[in-house]
Every structure is written in structure tokens, then in C-alpha cells.
Design a protein. Structure first.
Length: 319
């Protein structure tokens, strides 16, 4: 498959802003290469090395490169247009260091190989370490979740995913059924299974995402009857909504955006078992109260709210 490749040059603030805008608009097929991340790795020693050459770092430590890969099909074309609109809006801000872009095309194999330049093991919370298959690392007693690149890649490094994982690691999952709605690369659902869930249903509106989630589940030996996966949209397909709510779930995970989560609250009410758990993220801080206010009228009681930078993660219980 051919992909549109959009290279964006900005600064750290610009990369954080654009990452958030992309994610809340359903665009997850991007990488962020920030020299500051390598400096953090050096300081934390999160994977083994004896020394590094100063030549591996660019002269300008403030320049961040973002690369977006979108398939050259109808769905990908719509996302490419949306990315352009988001970038053009960001160019109006002086805080983002003068955003520049370059558009080209590439094959899927080129897209996958590019991830290896920047994706390194990531420790999250007290229990988990997310790692690429091509790097060795010492789990240090943590549960290792292994991810390979795919056309709907998500490494777990963004704040919204981290917040979900932090809330998930404190949830009793042994023998539980899980729905990962808007699964992306499957990180959340796979983590739930590694933490003891009996099965997970991976759902996304993007076929590439569903295929990537299934692939990554297999890499982590989560397969067979432990996984189901389907492309669909519960907001536009009543039959699909009925399919998912017929047998309710113990835990529902959804890292999407505040606007979509608002529209999904009725679905969550129908999909989560009594005494079950709902974990939400993708919520920008100013929208927190708006989402929390929807919980009680729809049969949920708020249990916990976590924040990181401008992002919010919410955990609620079905009553």
C-alpha cells in the first residue's frame, strides 16, 4: 500500500499541541522525534548502553520532527485534508517555532522501518513496560508489552494512553471481559489481557487499526478465544451497537476525544455490566467537568481522575 508522508518541523510545544489535535481527531498514524526524549533516556538509563556519541544528537535540540503516514485511499485522503487544516491553524501561533511541512509518498515497508529510529522501551506506572520487538531491555519485574509498527501505530507514549494504563493497572481484571473501543494499535486491550482479563474485543472505525491490534495481540501471545476484533462505528450502525451491548462487558476502555465520548455515553451505559468499570481518556482539561457531569445521570459513579499536562483520564463504576 502507498502512503502519504507528511513531515512537520516544529518545537516541543508545537509537537505536543499537534499530537493532541491529531489524537482527538482520530489521527494516530504519526511519530514524534524529539531530541529531548533521547536526553531523557540517557538520564533514566531505561535501556542498556555503555556510551553514546554526541554526534547522534542534532545541533539544534529545540527542533522536533513529526511524521504522519496516511494510506492513499478514501479514508486516508480525508485524514490528510484534516491534518493540513490542523497544521495551518498551528502555523498561526508564534509559540510553535514556525511550523513547516513537506509532503511525499512512500511504501508501507518504508513507513514501518522508520519507527525503529525513535521507538524505545517505555515504563508506565508500576507494572508495565512497553517495548519494540527489535530492542532488548530488562523488564525489572514489570509486565512487558511488545509492540511492532503498523499502519495505525500507537506506542503508549502519549499522555492519554498513559493515563488509561495507569487507571487500568489499579483495576481488578482477573477473569474479566474487556472492550477496547477505538483500539488503535491495541495497547490498552492487550495490557488488560496481560494484567489478567479473560478476553478483549478490539473495535475501531479504521480497518488498519483493527488489523494492527490483532497482530500486536498475537505478538504478546494474546490470541484465540481471548480476542475478538471488528471494524465498525456504534454511533452510525445500530446493528453493531446491538451486537456489542448484547453481552455486556466488565471493563470498557475508550481513549478517543471529549466530543465523541459525549455521544457515546448512552452506549457506555448499555455496554458496561452493573458494578463494571469504565475508563476514559482523550479528554483535554477544559472538558473534564463536562464529561464528569454526564456520568451520574447515565448510571456511573466517579471513582478517580488522573491528569498529566493538559490531559485527563477518568475511571467510573456502573451502578
Amino acid at each position: 500500500m502507498k502512503f502519504d508522508k507528511i513531515i512537520i518541523k516544529t518545537n516541543t510545544a508545537g509537537a505536543e499541541h499537534l499530537s493532541g489535535e491529531f489524537i482527538i481527531n482520530g489521527i494516530t498514524e504519526f511519530s514524534v522525534e524529539d531530541p529531548k526524549d533521547f536526553l531523557d533516556i540517557i538520564g533514566e538509563k531505561s535501556f542498556p548502553f555503555d556510551y553514546y556519541s554526541e554526534g547522534v544528537l542534532p545541533d539544534d535540540l529545540t527542533s522536533v520532527t513529526m511524521t504522519v503516514y496516511l494510506p492513499q485511499n478514501t479514508q486516508g485522503g480525508e485524514k490528510t485534508d484534516l491534518v493540513r487544516k490542523i497544521i495551518n491553524k498551528a502555523k498561526e501561533s508564534k509559540r510553535f517555532g514556525g511550523v513547516t511541512t513537506k509532503l511525499s509518498s512512500c511504501d508501507e515497508s518504508d513507513w514501518e522501518n522508520n519507527w525503529k529510529q525513535f521507538f524505545h522501551p517505555i515504563k508506565i506506572g508500576k507494572k508495565l513496560i512497553i517495548k519494540p520487538s527489535w530492542e532488548d531491555c530488562s523488564p525489572g519485574g514489570r509486565t512487558a508489552l511488545e509492540i511492532d509498527p503498523g499502519a495505525s501505530f500507537g506506542s503508549g507514549s502519549h499522555e492519554t494512553t498513559k493515563l488509561c494504563l495507569l487507571l487500568l493497572e489499579e483495576t481488578e481484571l482477573a477473569g474479566k471481559s474487556v472492550l477496547d473501543l477505538g483500539c488503535g494499535s491495541g495497547v490498552l486491550g492487550i495490557a488488560a489481557c496481560l494484567f489478567g482479563a479473560k478476553d478483549c474485543f478490539f473495535v475501531d472505525i479504521d480497518q488498519n487499526a483493527v488489523e494492527t491490534a490483532v497482530k500486536n495481540a498475537g505478538i504478546n501471545s494474546v490470541k484465540g478465544s481471548a480476542i475478538r476484533a471488528k471494524t465498525g462505528d456504534v454511533l452510525t450502525d445500530p446493528s453493531f451497537e446491538a451486537e456489542l451491548t448484547k453481552n455486556k462487558f466488565d471493563v470498557v476502555l475508550s481513549n478517543i476525544s471529549a466530543d465523541v465520548l459525549k455521544n457515546l455515553i448512552g452506549f457506555f451505559r448499555s455496554a458496561v455490566k452493573k458494578e463494571g468499570i469504565l475508563i476514559l481518556s482523550g479528554i483535554i482539561s477544559p472538558r473534564e467537568k463536562e464529561i464528569v457531569a454526564l456520568l451520574e445521570p447515565n448510571g456511573f459513579v466517579l471513582q478517580e481522575v488522573l491528569t498529566e499536562n493538559d490531559w485527563v483520564g477518568i475511571k467510573a463504576k456502573r451502578i
